[in-house]
Design a protein around this ligand. Sequence first.
Ligand code: SF4
Length: 225
Amino acid sequence: MNARISEIFESIQGEGILVGVRQLFIRFCGCNLNCYYCDTLKESEFCVDHVNGRTSKNPVSLEYVQKIIDSARVHSISLTGGEPMLHAEFIRSLQKTKPFYLESNMGLPEKAKKLKFVDYVAGDLKVRESKNADYEDLLERTFESFKILRNTRKRRTFCKIVLPSDFNAEEVLNSAMQIKDYVECFVLQPVFGSRLENIFKLQSKMIEFGDTRVIPQVHKFLGVR
Ligand code: SF4
């Protein structure tokens, strides 16, 4: 089995509740969304393996990725993208020799059903201002994915909300209410360089129904990948 992967590297987790832990990042190609602030490489002819200093033509094999996972000395394996759920079958075929940390936009509930075995879910709730098409439909699919990959004793699930300076706070509150029972906490993440005033106001409302933290992208402050 093969998958298109743009890069494999080790670094610290720069977002959310596990910020600072060392991870092996597997960045899958392709995404079902198109957020205006997207800063990740979504397609690549080559897979750049920074761990072994090797570049291979895509797609790369399951065995190749498994070997890197097995030899990594990290807290967990970050399955990121792009949208890793597009590669659910490939991920399911990997042996989980380390905890799996799924970073997803949560827009693909049918794929989410195949990934219940992961240990961590960093799931997005996209705001309307992310400028994705068919926003109402995306919201419904997001709620369903959170329900499927809900927080349990075996799986830690949190919800990340990327926020620009201006957003519809009431709409975010209503959406967060739909998710609150499925997550350990909410993380409000400002788009890099955004004003924080409105985000702090939103936090003060959300803490009435759930643990809500404001955590920026720490790796950007540190200037690391
Ligand atoms: S979901 Fe993530 S990878 Fe996809 S467009 Fe949005 S920011 Fe980029």
